[in-house]
Design a protein around this ligand. Structure first.
Ligand SMILES: Nc1nc2c(c(=O)[nH]1)N[C@H]1C(S)=C(S)[C@@H](COP(=O)(O)O)O[C@H]1N2
Ligand SMILES: [Mo]
Length: 199
C-alpha cells in the first residue's frame, strides 16, 4: 500500500480531466440551501424578466411548459468542492426567454423565491449555456433541489444556479448577490478556481 491513499490523491489531483482543480467526485447529489426550502406551487408560480428600463415580461407555469424544452447533460461543480458529472436535466434555454428582448444590459441579478440572489454577466446565460430546469434525472425537480424550477449554469460554480428561481433582473451595473456579498467570487469559474473575492 502506498503512502498516499487513493482517497487523498483523488482529492488533491484527480487525473480526471473533467474535474476542475480542487474538486472531488460526489456519488450522491448533496443538498445545499442557505435557508428553509420554499414550497412553491405551480398554480401561483410566475417567472419574470425585467429589463434595465423596467419593462417586465412574465410567464406562468403553463406558459413555461408550452415553450420548447431541451434535455441536457452537464457536469456541476460546487464551491464546497464536490462535482457531479453527467447530470441529466430538462428545461427551457434562457435564450428562449431573453433572446427576443430589447436590452442593453450586461449583467443579471437572479432572484429566487425565499429571497436568494446571485449575479452574473448576461452573456453567461446565453448561447445555450443556461437553462430554467424543471426535471432532474427524468423526474420533476424536487423542492430540495430547487423545484419546481431552478436556474442551471453549469460552467460556473453551482451557487450561481439559483434554486426556486423567480426571475431575472437585467442590469447595466454589476452588483453582488447573496454569496457574492459575503466574499464569494463575482464570476466563479471553477476551472480558474474563482471561489472567493481576489481568487
Ligand atoms: N435559492 C437558492 N439557490 C441556491 C442555493 C440556495 O441556498 N438558495 N444554494 C446554491 C449552492 S451553494 C449550491 S452548491 C447549489 C446546490 O444545489 P443542490 O442543493 O441542488 O445540490 O444551489 C445553489 N442555489
Ligand atoms: Mo455550493
Amino acid at each position: 500500500m502506498g503512502v498516499v491513499t487513493p482517497g487523498f490523491s483523488g482529492r488533491a489531483r484527480s487525473g480526471n480531466p473533467r474535474l476542475p482543480p480542487g474538486q472531488y467526485l460526489a456519488e450522491d447529489f448533496p443538498v445545499l440551501s442557505a435557508g428553509p426550502t420554499p414550497r412553491v406551487r405551480t398554480e401561483t408560480w410566475e417567472f419574470t424578466v425585467t429589463t434595465e428600463t423596467g419593462e417586465k415580461h412574465a410567464w406562468s407555469w403553463a406558459e413555461l411548459m408550452a415553450l420548447p424544452s431541451e434535455k441536457f447533460t452537464v457536469d456541476i461543480h460546487c464551491v464546497t468542492q464536490w462535482s457531479k458529472l453527467d447530470t441529466h436535466w430538462r428545461g427551457v434555454a434562457v435564450d428562449t426567454l431573453v433572446g427576443g428582448l430589447d436590452t442593453a444590459a450586461d449583467y443579471v441579478m437572479v432572484h429566487s423565491y425565499g429571497g436568494y440572489t446571485t449575479n452574473l454577466p448576461l452573456a453567461d446565460l446565453l448561447d445555450g449555456q443556461a437553462w430554467i430546469a424543471y426535471e432532474y434525472g427524468g423526474k420533476p425537480l424536487t423542492p430540495e433541489h430547487g423545484g419546481p424550477a431552478r436556474l442551471v449554469v453549469p460552467h460556473l460554480y453551482f451557487w450561481k444556479s439559483a434554486k426556486w428561481v423567480r426571475g431575472l433582473e437585467l442590469k447595466t451595473r454589476d452588483e453582488p448577490g447573496f454569496w457574492e456579498n459575503v466574499g464569494y467570487h463575482d464570476y466563479g469559474d471553477p476551472w480558474r478556481e474563482q471561489r472567493y473575492q481576489g481568487d
